[in-house]
Design a protein around this ligand. Structure first.
Ligand code: ZN
Length: 354
């Protein structure tokens, strides 16, 4: 049985389980229910020795014991990862190469070769445990047509569920016209693209002397949020209305800014905007977000209220975030069980065609 068929079959069985679980409406979720609540996780990273040697795996300036543990877990696709998944009740982790990955490679031909190598490696690991792992393809955006071809190969031949891109590539953001052939292929293949933070292309003055701000605390959210807005304002979703882009980290803060984005854009245009002209229209139609790296029930509730029950999906951001903590968070979040089931599995099944 191909990985593709296996995952589809897996999805059907899982749906039946969720149906049974939602019959338990009214029962409060408890810590004990964490492992029993089925989950799919979508922002789960790995690395490869060759990528580490080439400097394509981000490291903080000062290593500490917590970072040593993360490093150990990144290269493990066996017991450590599976134990963490089990502790959080995660049935399926869709894996992706950690940042900057292929996006950090300067040379075009090398990027094409490394993407293929990483995808082939991941496909072998997924085949060993098709019921536990899925794959997002690494794509060499240095060569947009090669990236489209590699995505197609990964989806059609390796059974991957989409692509994950770690931010800008050589200073270019994905709204650039050179990437249109890539996006055209994404829509044809009907798979999502996970837009994940990457390393920043330069050092803006606003972070000068404050290294705390340049990374995941703030800079990555600012960069990735701007990247998402570039796609909207650049008209990508008018051209390709069926694209789905996934943002992690509770939508990189954008769900909380949509009203102001619409309102100030209206002022810039100088007239009232029709519903389908508003940036928020495209955010709600063409984006879905994950809880990766954010275990805040208030942010979760606000995101669900802003985007709808169908547009928020559970994830961990393993190994940078603790799986058990994320599992406890989603099991105890103040949600109706039917909504919890959508966030934990059903939305991912729909978006990834599982
Ligand atoms: Zn991540």
């Amino acid at each position: 049985m191909s990985a593709w068929h296996y995952v589809r079959d897996y999805g059907r069985r899982r749906l039946m389980k969720i149906g049974a679980a939602s019959a338990l409406v009214g029962l409060p979720a408890t810590a004990g229910a964490v492992a029993a609540l089925p989950k799919i996780a979508l922002e789960e990273h790995f690395s490869l020795p060759e990528f580490e040697q080439r400097g394509l795996v981000a490291r903080p300036a000062r290593l500490n014991p917590m970072w040593a543990d993360i490093g150990r877990r990144l290269v493990d696709l066996g017991d450590l990862r599976l134990e963490a998944m089990d502790a959080a009740g995660i049935d399926l982790s869709v894996l992706s190469l950690t940042l900057p990955g292929i996006q950090g490679e300067k040379e075009q031909a090398t990027a094409v070769r490394l993407a293929r190598q990483a995808n082939d490696f991941l496909a072998r690991e997924v085949q060993k445990r098709p019921q536990r792992y899925g794959g997002f393809a690494a794509v060499p955006m240095q060569d947009p047509l090669a990236a489209a071809d590699e995505l197609q190969r990964a989806v059609k031949e390796l059974g991957f569920r989409g692509a994950l891109i770690n931010g800008q590539t050589n200073g270019q953001y994905l709204d650039d016209a050179r990437f249109l052939p890539f996006w055209e292929r994404v829509q044809e293949l009907d798979v999502p693209v996970y837009l994940h933070p990457g390393t920043l292309p330069d050092s803006p003055a606003m972070f000068a002397g404050r290294p705390e701000l340049a990374g995941p605390i703030w800079g990555w959210a600012a960069d990735t949020g701007a990247h998402a807005l570039r796609l909207i304002f650049g008209g990508l979703f008018k051209r390709f209305p069926r694209l789905k882009v996934i943002l992690g980290h509770m939508g990189e803060g954008l769900p909380f800014l949509l009203w102001r984005v619409d309102n100030r854009y209206e002022l810039m245009v100088g007239r009232p905007l029709a519903e389908e002209e508003r940036p928020s229209f495209f955010f709600r139609r063409n984006f879905v977000i994950t809880t990766a790296g954010v275990c805040d029930p208030h942010a979760l509730r606000a995101s669900l209220a802003t985007l709808g029950e169908g547009n928020v999906m559970f994830s961990v951001d393993y190994p940078y975030q603790e799986s058990k903590q994320a599992g406890d968070f989603i099991a105890s979040a103040p949600l109706a069980d039917a909504v919890r089931a959508k966030v934990c599995t059903a939305n991912a099944q729909r978006v990834l065609h599982l």
